[in-house]
Design a protein around this ligand. Structure first.
Ligand code: SIN
Length: 494
């Protein structure tokens, strides 16, 4: 790891121009009309940098570059593609301190979490480097003696990746790693709030020896114009998106025109279930980790905490004491564990959810309002609400903030039904020491990811994705690369 660096030197640093630029066809480019937009620090409101506001010209140029680079990259031997991914992963780890600092500056998460995200992001590149080398085909026994049946696995083609602000590095590498490993070329559009981490990744891939045009980065303020152009273009064969279910549904509609493949990682409403037989301290720690990571701004954060009635009071007491001790502040301060929310809109949603719950009878155990640490930032004091119930906004929608509603339950069947009573199905958590219950509950929960006595199940080696309205497809794990491969069946007469 490199030594600690001065954040102010990063805010004014340059790659490819006087400010950050877009990466198209291996070169750094401004928008042709010179348009830019500002990237600000959510903890302070300060300007960090301007980035180009790419429009039709740049988006089309990026598609051209990706389409041109595709034949050579697809034909590059898998071990050579893997070597580039591994070099990029090593560079990420070498630059961990710089990349983490940039992430904290533009996204707000505590520096330690940002450092962890860099390691997590690099792990997708290493995992998919390995998967590149294992893109096996198939031979199938034929009915006739004079026929041979084969299946080849080939890259899907040009892929567009639309990534969110909550994990500015890892959500790119979780898509980019398998895409490049499979032999696809990419146009990525990072979230408007956090483009700098993505642009740093672009630089690092150039240094790792990725040929021009394989990874293009377009920054733009209006995601709609980006998606309209990429969905209309026949050369773009696949779109992978992480973000809200609302936008995901729009992309499904847009994909119909050119029948594009889609991977969608959408919203969640994660239940966190604590049975009376659980290790109470582990459950409290787990709920704290799952709920308050990234200030509650992850799709897999516990959103509804169900606690069996027999231990409801002691759980609430211990949990509240620990939540009240969480330090809120600028992510660069070493003592901070809860950074700012990304913007004023995010804070308004948290405020609305808390007000709705209190009006409907929830009891405030701690927090409940904006934090004094604020200055210009959108800080919210970590909040625990007791006596929450299913009709409240905090239980129906993803709050995406540091608010933990506690809901009491009596038995297993009841809590599984309550947990499944949502259109979403991304992640769920269960704390119990009863092995039979582990199986019954894990099998009964309609979710793509289940953490059993584990608040952090996501890892590069395992499939990540949801059922119901939480998305389509899986990222990570042995099946993650399938999203970027087509099967081609060859029947051969001999
Ligand atoms: C997400 O919030 O979408 C990603 C969370 C994770 O990878 O742990």
């Amino acid at each position: 790891m490199s030594s600690t660096i001065d954040p102010s030197s990063i805010a004014t640093s340059t790659i490819g121009g006087t400010n950050y630029a877009m990466l198209i066809g291996g070169s750094w480019r401004e928008a042709s009309d010179g348009a830019t937009f500002a990237v600000t620090n959510p903890a302070t409101g300060e300007l960090l940098s301007h980035v180009p506001d790419g429009g039709t010209t740049e988006i089309n140029a990026a598609i051209d570059a990706a389409a041109e680079a595709l034949p050579n990259w697809a034909a590059t031997p898998a071990p050579a593609r893997a070597a580039i991914l591994r070099r990029a992963a090593s560079l990420m780890l070498e630059r961990q301190e710089r990349l983490a600092t940039i992430m904290t500056l533009e996204q707000g998460k505590p520096l330690n979490e940002a450092r962890g995200e860099i390691v997590y992001a690099a792990s997708f590149l290493n995992w998919f480097a390995g998967e590149a080398e294992r893109i096996y085909g198939m031979t199938i026994p034929a009915t006739q003696a004079n026929k041979r049946l084969l299946v080849l696995r080939q890259p899907v083609g040009v892929c567009a990746l639309i990534t969110p602000w909550n994990f500015p590095s890892a959500m790119i590498t979780r898509k980019l790693g398998p895409a490049l490993a499979a032999g696809c070329t990419v146009i990525a559009k990072p979230a408007e709030q956090t483009p700098l981490s993505a642009l740093e990744l672009g630089q690092l891939f150039l240094e790792a020896g990725l040929p021009p045009g394989c990874f293009n980065l377009v920054t733009c303020q209006d995601p709609r114009s980006f998606s309209e152009l990429i969905f209309a273009d026949e050369r773009v064969r696949k779109v992978s998106f992480t973000g809200s279910t609302e936008v995901g549904k729009l992309l499904i509609r847009q994909s119909a025109a050119t029948v594009k493949r889609l991977s969608l990682e959408l919203g969640g409403n994660a239940p966190f279930i604590v049975f009376a037989d659980a290790d109470l301290d582990a459950a409290v720690r787990g709920a704290l980790t799952s709920k308050f990571r990234n200030a509650g701004q992850t799709c897999v954060c516990a959103n509804r905490i169900f606690v069996q009635r027999a231990i409801y009071a002691p759980f609430a007491e211990r949990f509240t004491a620990q939540v009240a001790a969480l330090q809120v502040g600028n992510g660069l301060a070493p003592e901070t564990v809860i950074g700012p929310l990304i913007d004023a809109q995010a804070r308004a949603k948290v405020e609305q959810h808390v007000a709705d719950a209190l009006a409907a009878g929830a009891r405030l155990l701690t927090g409940g309002g904006p934090s004094g640490a604020s200055g210009a930032g959108n800080f919210w004091t970590p909040t625990v609400l007791a006596d929450a119930h299913a009709s409240m906004l905090v239980a129906r929608e993803e709050t995406f903030g540091p608010v933990a509603p506690l809901i009491a339950f009596d038995d297993e069947a009841e809590v599984v039904a309550m947990a499944n009573h949502t259109p979403f199905g991304l992640a769920a958590y269960v704390y119990t020491r009863d092995i039979g219950r582990v199986w019954r509950v894990a099998e009964g929960l309609e979710y793509g990811i289940i953490g059993v006595n584990d608040p952090l199940p996501a890892t590069a080696q395992a499939p990540f994705g949801g059922v119901k309205q939480s998305g389509l497809g899986r990222e990570g794990g042995p099946s993650g690369i399938d999203e970027y491969l087509e099967e081609k069946y060859i029947a051969m007469g001999i």
